[in-house]
Write a protein that binds this ligand. Structure first.
Ligand code: IPE
Ligand code: IPE
Ligand code: MG
Length: 247
């Protein structure tokens, strides 16, 4: 897998190049307000807009957002249908804004279980933003890290040794991805739970994890900045020794 490409600031502390977010807590946010869960998803879409705009202005080069897990198909049909409608509307509404703001949008995950209309909206968004470079926004829809790994393993050539880089390429292929995102530097999960829920298990091997108690609809740009600051204070050793101790 390609090495992470951080940016280094004047004070020599690194910024995360690839940030991934498990956007959790929409349903609880809505319930706490006596609203249906779908109102939480709608409010969550507004947060997506704010955080994407904010990330675009920061040093982040790739932002991967967990929008719908493969296990989320087990939710009531009404909620799943509402989410799928929301994704379609969101993609259509955001595509021109992404073009304007030089944001490349792509969707990772399976495409064989979503509707042809959503597939079409995904392709349209990807094609319209293919040349944008300031930020790569990846939405994970019908995504399962374990399913991805099983399918990548099944697609591996028989009889020749498989390297990490070659396996990472297979992972990208089965997810309709180009593999350019690489490893995750900073993983944020909102909503108070402290688990990965089958998200980017391979890519998060050395990610720094930040768990926020805020529900996703109330997660703001200051929370995002706080997570980045938390990341910057960490000592990433990748199995080696920190610079201070190597000295
Ligand atoms: C995350 O919020 C959005 C999706 C999984 C689609 P949830 O819907 O999981 O909200 P909670 O965790 O039930 O509050
Ligand atoms: C993870 O949240 C999936 C997304 C945020 C899209 P879930 O709410 O589905 O995860 P669990 O069930 O709490 O592990
Ligand atoms: Mg949840």
């Amino acid at each position: 897998m390609s090495p992470t490409s951080f940016q280094v600031s004047a004070d020599n502390r690194r910024y995360p190049g690839h940030v991934a977010i498990i956007m959790d807590g929409n349903g609880r946010w809505a319930n706490q307000r006596g609203k249906p869960r779908t109102a939480g998803h709608l409010a969550g879409a507004k947060t997506v807009r704010e955080i994407v705009e904010h990330a675009r202005r920061s040093s982040v080069r790739c932002l991967t957002l967990y929008a719908f897990s493969s296990d989320n198909w087990s939710r009531p049909k009404d909620e799943v249908d509402a989410l799928m409608r929301l994704f379609r509307r969101h993609l259509a509404a955001e595509t021109p804004k992404c073009v304007e703001n030089d944001i490349r949008m792509s969707v990772v995950g399976r495409r064989d279980r979503i509707s042809p209309e959503l597939c079409h909206a995904i392709r349209a968004a990807e094609e319209a933003t293919i040349d944008c470079e300031s930020l790569h926004l990846r939405l994970a829809v019908d995504y399962s890290a374990r399913d991805t790994m099983v399918r990548a393993a099944a697609a591996a050539p028989v009889g020749s040794p498989l390297s990490r880089d070659a396996f990472a390429e297979l992972l990208a292929e089965v997810n309709h991805d180009d593999g350019s995102a690489g490893d995750v530097d900073l993983l944020i999960r909102t909503g108070g739970e402290q688990r990965l829920s089958d998200f980017l298990l391979w890519e998060c091997a050395y990610a720094e994890l930040v768990f926020s108690r805020r529900m996703w609809p109330e997660f703001g740009t200051a929370d995002f900045d706080a997570a980045v600051e938390d990341f910057r204070a960490r000592d990433r050793r990748f199995g080696g020794l920190s610079k201070a101790r190597m000295g």
